[in-house]
Design a protein around this ligand. Sequence first.
Ligand SMILES: Nc1ncnc2c1ncn2[C@@H]1O[C@H](COP(=O)(O)OP(=O)(O)OP(=O)(O)O)[C@@H](O)[C@H]1O
Ligand SMILES: [Mg+2]
Length: 340
Amino acid sequence: MYLRRYLGEEGVIANPDVFDPDYLPEELPFREGQMGELAREITFFARGNAPTNVLLWGPPGTGKTATVRKMLREASAVFPLRTVYVNAWKQRSRLSVLSGVASSLGIPVPLKGVSADLVLQRIEEFLEENRAIIAVDEADRLVGREDVLYDLSRLGKNALLITVANGRDFLSLIDRRVVSSLFQAEVEYPPYTVPQLTEILRQRAEAGLYPGTYDDQVLRACAAVGYSRGGDARVAITCLFNAAKRAEAEGSRRITLEHVKAARAALPERTPLEPHLSLIVRILREKGPLTTKEIYEEVRKSYNVTIRSIRNYVRELERLGLVKVSRAPRRGNVLVVEAK
Ligand SMILES: Nc1ncnc2c1ncn2[C@@H]1O[C@H](COP(=O)(O)OP(=O)(O)OP(=O)(O)O)[C@@H](O)[C@H]1O
Ligand SMILES: [Mg+2]
């Protein structure tokens, strides 16, 4: 970067790492309340009390992962505790989640030929002597394969569990006993407002863009994009970064509203698994078998969806083993979906 500045080739983006999904800013404004609640449970547990397991929930891009990672980092620096972060979306099987937990705890587990039960046993043995905070991110992705949540919920008094999900509807799809032991407290993450997103973007821009390349109008426009997609800071940040890249590619020293507009149009659609899947299962349980079109009519009452996305959700539910799909008798390719 210095070299570019020296050569007089300063562009728009001073530090692209600031826009990386894994970048963790020093400050997480507007999440003091949520971090305070987490801090309270962590401190209570760290002082030797039995854990109060917490569920964190809120729509995409509301700072759940960022606050959890921050609090785990601080907890392991301040207390004699191990901390574990696993992402249930990336580690999809029971074995891979448990292996992830074991390796974060520093438990040596052979890479091959090991059973999930054995890994679980090793974790249990470790927790007889040690205390740990275990965070399971994107836990709603485990619906249909929630056996690992059951395992974790039985780890006992030396493990504080922090479960993260997009909503709490998935709870209705998993075993009641798991629900009652995993979710003794909950912390909600509401969508961000436009002023909040603007402030979050200002912080990013100051850290990642050259001064004078953006103005309040640009930040507000990107904030509005994040707001329109459910108060999502990730969307707002991506929008700003993409607008900056466009400006830079054009050789412009300033991001304009035109760049933001183009960046907005190029944003990928991201449909969270939650709460649509849970809603579909609930509808099927209440109303019995329905065709995809009938499901669409029902879901449409609550969400702005397309029939094509309903087909995708149904396919995902089928893959998860939560519904059975069959062809309607004498009706060609009409599909009938039934909750299992
Ligand atoms: N209060 C905040 N201040 C600064 N940056 C934030 C804040 N909240 C979220 N972010 C940033 O927004 C992005 C998305 O946040 P995060 O990954 O924590 O969302 P999430 O709630 O875990 O979403 P998902 O449900 O999709 O996993 C990250 O880059 C994060 O650093
Ligand atoms: Mg997350």
